[in-house]
Design a protein around this ligand. Structure first.
Ligand code: F6R
Length: 365
């Protein structure tokens, strides 16, 4: 039931404060991740992990890409991320003490399951699943499971499953990092940031009206670029995927630093450029990238921290998302990109919940 909402996708976007709370419930205290957060026996399995291999498809793959930044930064453990359809058809080397981590909303994606079954034969320390569907094949075939409590996701374009995957991955990262020297203080700082998420997501949802207005700039465009740096690069990829899927506008994500290595040649007044820019360390670099775009007439849509001192001016639209912790920023900054693609699709009159050529669960190759 869509209730008061015009589409399931919009309803699911708006459910995110609630389902994120549900995903954290019983897994964190005020300041810590609970010992039992990943189930009994998890700590023994995590203690000796030296490498994490993440496998997923589509949106779930983007969640894995964000997690790689967290795992290497907070746990200091090497992490590789690959799409299942590539991994399963190449010769791969499994490092000793590898944790094999599959991310899937449905738990029935054929390529992800095939990659897991294949890796089992090659041997790894343990298989962890992050999944939204209890009793799914992925859940049944894994040693450890973190359920995302997103509830049924009806819209084909994944929204709340993605952000609850990110929350689960961050909790997992903290549990892993504890075995690898993460201080109690740092853990408390990040857990505090997790508790702030539902409120910050409400604030991001409050931008809805403004985003709906800005989305008009996209309806007559055929192409768009999405830029981000660091963990915001996969957020840009996810934003681009959403726009492609439901508005049928070609959208490509680039790490902002790659702009001058090629894609800048595409930028002109017909190429809107969307940027997510919360990270203070990378902000200065990003600002010069934005100037390069502006100098070529590209219209900019920037989602930035209030401190970024980016000013609204002709050709540069700035939407501020104040005070988000740099670790949880990928979760919060996903929201405005979901809303942007939604409004562009509504204006274009596409079938938002059932985009052409796509299925919700890809159970065949
Ligand atoms: C995009 C989308 C797909 C899925 C992908 C994996 O909005 O929904 O890209 O993310 O098909 O599906 P799961 O997570 O069920 O394995």
């Amino acid at each position: 039931d869509k209730g008061e909402f015009r589409h399931y996708m919009l309803k699911e976007i708006y459910e995110q404060p609630k389902v994120i709370k549900a995903t954290m419930e019983g897994r964190i205290t005020d300041r810590r991740v609970l010992e039992q957060a990943l189930g009994t026996g998890a700590n023994e399995l995590l203690a000796d992990v030296r490498h994490v291999q993440i496998i997923a498809c589509g949106t779930s793959y983007h969640a894995g890409m964000v997690a790689r930044y967290w795992i290497e930064e907070l746990a200091g453990i090497a992490c590789s991320v690959e799409v299942a359809s590539e991994y399963r058809y190449r010769k791969h080397v499994i490092q000793p003490d590898t944790l094999f981590l599959c991310i899937s909303q449905s738990g029935e994606t054929a390529d992800t399951l095939a990659a897991l079954r294949q890796a089992k034969q090659a041997g790894f320390r343990a298989a962890l699943a992050i999944c939204n569907v209890p009793g799914s094949s992925l859940v049944r075939e894994s040693d450890l499971v973190i359920m995302t409590h997103a509830g049924p996701e009806i819209g084909v374009a994944s929204t709340k499953a993605f952000t609850t995957q990110l929350v689960s991955l961050l909790i997992f990262t903290l549990a892993l990092a504890r075995h690898n020297g993460l201080s109690e203080e740092r853990e408390a700082d990040i857990v505090t940031a997790l508790h702030q998420l539902p409120g910050q997501i409400d604030d991001a949802l409050a931008l809805d009206g403004k985003i709906a207005e800005l989305s008009r700039a996209f309806i007559d465009k055929n192409h768009s670029l999405f830029l981000g740096r660091g963990a915001m690069y996969p957020v840009a990829m996810e934003g681009a995927l959403k726009l492609k899927e439901i508005s049928y506008i070609h959208a490509e994500a680039y790490p902002a630093g790659e702009l001058k290595h090629g894609p800048l040649a595409l930028v002109d007044s017909e190429m809107p450029v969307v940027t997510v820019a919360p990270n203070n360390e990378l902000l200065e670099k990003l600002k010069s990238n934005l100037e390069e775009v502006r100098a070529r007439g590209g219209e900019l849509f920037v989602f930035a921290d209030g401190d970024a001192e980016l000013k609204e001016q002709p050709g540069i639209h700035v939407m501020q998302i104040p005070g988000v912790h740099s670790i949880t920023a990928p979760i919060v900054y996903t929201l405005p990109l979901q809303l942007l693609s939604y409004h562009v699709a509504v204006l274009k009159g596409t079938d938002v919940d059932q985009p052409r050529n796509l299925a919700k669960s890809v159970t065949v190759e």
